[in-house]
Design a binder for this molecule. Sequence first.
Ligand code: FE2
Ligand code: FE2
Length: 284
Amino acid sequence: MTTIAQVSDLHFGSEDPATTETLIHELNVAELDLVILSGDLTLAARHDEFERAREFIDRLKAPTLAVPGNHDVTPWNIPERLLHPWRRWRHYIAEDLEPAWFGPDVAVVGLNTARRMRLKLDWSHGSLSRGQIRTLDERFVVAPDGAFRIIVAHHPFLEEEGADLATRPKAIVQRAKKALKVFVDERVDLVTAGHLHRTYAAAFETAPATSAVVAEAGEAAHRVTVIQAGTALSSRTRGEANAFNLIEIADGRMEVRAVTWSGVKWARNPDPLVVIERPSSATK
Ligand SMILES: [Fe+2]
Ligand SMILES: [Fe+2]
């Protein structure tokens, strides 16, 4: 079995130290193969916040795969933001802004959706460039045959079904639709994201654009499931408990369930957010 935790929006700078200790313990006893950190590790990209994020990572037994969030680019030092937006991330977290991790039955690929600036007024929103979308196939070249394919990004790709868009800002990443179509072509199973501080799952399903992929996969349509994680530590919970997602993969089956903080302990939700089953013959 491969077990992965998706931990998002830690926001060091607004964390509760006692809850931080329980989260580190919870992640370490789970004997994880990988911890995904889907951005917003800090509140305002301050050095002391990055230091606490680094200490958190160093205390985890499992390897981590981290992509930046909009809060991880300094909002105070504008010259640094514009000229060297990833300097602090690279110093404290990782040199590679879009890392990948490959296990025997899963391929995990990171995409950086945070931006130093945008043409629109709100710089907290995310984007994917045409180049990031166009070269996605190269990122999966070394994925094992039949492996589940997971994308990690900070900004969301799909709204929650039935969400009341009038009551909160729309924060879907720019070029999400275009990217989702390429995710279908690349047989991506799961997209893990954060930013909204809300846990939910949503699905995008369509036929692949290239007939070769259809013939190879032996099916007309492919479903990409997006899972959003709540904030694991921040007090900015927007009405939901602190939470992270647990991804378990075994025997061609992937299950994702939320693990929520009750104020006393972390509890696994008995009902999975999503179950994805892979026919044993399916390979890319
Ligand atoms: Fe956040
Ligand atoms: Fe964010």
